[in-house]
Design a protein around this ligand. Structure first.
Ligand code: HEC
Ligand code: HEC
Ligand code: HEC
Ligand code: HEC
Ligand code: HEC
Length: 443
């Protein structure tokens, strides 16, 4: 970039920032009005007036006898108290709406041109991100990997383009991986070790048999929106999204069609009803999303993963993994008792997921699990109603696939969060497996 270009870019950035601040002010103002009207409607002003006039008439009524008068004053004071409580509640509601509503929009931000190209042509040449060849579906620049794996040699795990912050799933900085991990460890051209991650089309080649299909696959299992594939063809490589991938609606084969509309959805409430309103566009899965995909996450501000110990829902993060690795999940739709074990007081055949510490078969009290008390980002647990702010781990906390694994790829074989080969009874440091199995290490 020449000095002139740099200056122009800088002044464009400043202008963009100014327009954003103005737009934000306008937005919060209109949100304020939008939100006030329903509140006023719910509270019913006529009722309040009725109540106030009743209070006033009580005040007017003559004092008959000492006793009665006492009663009257008491009820007046009581009404006064109720009244002030209502007024206080109203005020605090308005206050809260004023200040918090403007941050509620969690959809993509910025100018169309930051992300879209109308003809995939600019002054006669194709425009793209990350050297990916287009044109791309839905007129985006670069497609999934063009945006999300923009600079594979770069060190940034979040790249800003205009006002858009784009999370990076493939970059070259070991200490800067986002929650999903980093496809770098399996990416062709970077000395890959295929066992360290999912081998997705465009990142690496397909693995050899038997790892060309998902380990523990079961045909036609229940998934959100319908059934999983009737078979996993041996030549079928993993994709980011759609039937053969993790993101989007997995009953739709085409990756772009499966996430269609998700990026522009307001996902301030994650209810799993649409792809955009599902946890990280994983259709049907719930959870609480850390704003920066766990970049600089802390012990009380992290991703909130959903678990379900009743095993009758399909909305947990471990169920998502189980959709392909079915035999590893105790849900009856998947591996169930036969493959994994009884859910309560069980002797396990495979390591459990989606069970709480409360159901360990020796009982929680005095068990080794009792000593895992403070949330740890390197061995996280799930919750029934996750908020992402949980600092305390207790008997209700839930084991999940992501307690041990990352989702995309990691530095370690089997996409683990730590080096399993180094887990030893002698390293009683509370690392890895020992975060939960606290009494297995020697102290
Ligand atoms: C930060 C990136 C980004 C910006 C800015 C952006 N888009 Fe998109 N848009 C996407 C992506 C990615 C998709 C495709 C995936 C999807 O639908 O979720 C998409 C999909 C769409 C779609 C089809 C799906 C839908 O939601 O209807 C339309 C239409 C669209 N964009 C229009 C626009 C317009 C108009 C603007 C500017 C006002 C804009 N976009 C700005 C990223 C962006
Ligand atoms: C034009 C650039 C662009 C393209 C193309 C694009 N994305 Fe995104 N994506 C973004 C941006 C920007 C965000 C961050 C949105 C936000 O702030 O919540 C995002 C966020 C995401 C997220 C995280 C959502 C969350 O809740 O945090 C997922 C998952 C995702 N994209 C998947 C995909 C998949 C799969 C494709 C291809 C089918 C795709 N993206 C194509 C720009 C893009
Ligand atoms: C859409 C199907 C699908 C989903 C969903 C899925 N996987 Fe996989 N997984 C595969 C396939 C296919 C392979 C084998 C090929 C490869 O490694 O890419 C695999 C391999 C693995 C491996 C072994 C890696 C190796 O190369 O040795 C682990 C560990 C794993 N998955 C964990 C998970 C976890 C954890 C989740 C949930 C976050 C998950 N998977 C979700 C399809 C899936
Ligand atoms: C207690 C930690 C832990 C949990 C929880 C866990 N895994 Fe694993 N997983 C491992 C380890 C360790 C390996 C390495 C091989 C082994 O020891 O079985 C592994 C291996 C795998 C493999 C590769 C298997 C192969 O044939 O190479 C897949 C796939 C996998 N896990 C998926 C899952 C899924 C899906 C879940 C949740 C239902 C899950 N894991 C839960 C620790 C765990
Ligand atoms: C997030 C917490 C957690 C992590 C991390 C974890 N485990 Fe577990 N593990 C459990 C729980 C809970 C059980 C179930 C115990 C029960 O039912 O009594 C269990 C069960 C087991 C069992 C079977 C015990 C039985 O009662 O049948 C073995 C063996 C085991 N884990 C080994 C490991 C190894 C090895 C690792 C590291 C790769 C690991 N665990 C990581 C929580 C964890």
């Amino acid at each position: 970039m020449s000095y002139r270009q740099m200056r122009r870019a800088k002044s464009e950035e400043l202008r963009a920032q100014r327009t954003e601040t103005i737009a934000k002010r306008k937005r919060s103002c209109s949100l304020f009005i939008e939100n006030i009207i329903p509140v006023v409607v719910i509270i019913r002003p006529d009722r309040i007036i009725q109540f106030l006039s009743r209070m006033l008439s009580e005040l007017d009524s003559p004092i008959k006898s000492g006793n009665d008068g006492n009663k009257n004053t008491k009820s007046f004071l009581k009404s006064l108290r109720i009244c002030s409580i209502i007024i206080f509640a109203l005020c605090s509601m308005l206050f809260a709406l004023c200040f918090f509503s403007s941050d509620a929009n969690a959809r993509v931000k910025g100018k169309c041109k930051d992300c879209h190209t109308m003809h995939y042509s600019y002054e006669g040449e194709g425009i793209t991100y990350g050297d990916r060849q287009g044109p791309f579906p839905i007129l985006t620049k670069g497609g999934c990997l063009g945006c999300h794996a923009q600079n594979t040699n770069g060190v940034n795990s979040i790249i800003t383009s205009g006002q858009a912050k784009i999370p990076q799933v493939l970059h070259h900085n070991e200490n800067n991986d986002l929650a999903g991990g980093n496809f770098y460890y399996v990416a062709d051209g970077y000395n890959p070790d295929y066992s360290k991650g999912h081998n997705v089309i465009g990142v690496s080649h397909q693995e050899n048999t038997p790892m060309n299909i998902p380990p523990a696959f079961i045909k036609s299992v229940f998934i959100p929106g319908g059934l999983g594939p009737t078979d996993w063809p041996v030549q079928q490589q993993l994709t980011c999204a759609g039937t053969w991938g993790c993101h989007g609606n997995r009953t739709v084969e085409d990756p772009y069609e499966s996430v269609y509309g998700a990026h522009h959805t307001d996902d301030s409430a994650i209810d799993g009803i649409t792809v955009g309103k599902s946890y990280r566009f994983l259709y049907g899965i719930k959870g609480a999303e850390h704003k920066n995909w766990e970049y600089l996450a802390t012990v009380n501000n992290h991703n909130g993963y959903k678990g379900d110990i009743a095993h009758n829902t399909m909305d947990t993060i471990s169920y998502l993994c189980g959709e392909c690795h079915a035999k590893f999940h105790p849900n009856q739709n998947l591996g169930g008792i036969k493959e994994v074990g009884y859910v309560y007081n069980s002797i396990w055949r495979r390591h459990p997921a989606d069970i709480a510490f409360s159901s360990v078969h020796v009982g929680f009290k005095n068990s080794e699990y009792e000593n895992y008390v403070r949330y740890r980002i390197e061995a996280p647990v799930a919750f029934g109603q996750p908020t992402g702010g949980e600092e305390v781990v207790d008997s209700t906390s839930i084991i999940m696939c992501l307690s041990c694994h990352r989702a995309h790829a990691s530095q370690y074989p089997d996409i683990l969060r730590w080096d399993y080969a180094k887990m030893d009874l002698r390293n009683g440091t509370g690392k890895g497996c020992l975060a939960c199995h606290t009494k297995k290490g020697e102290h």
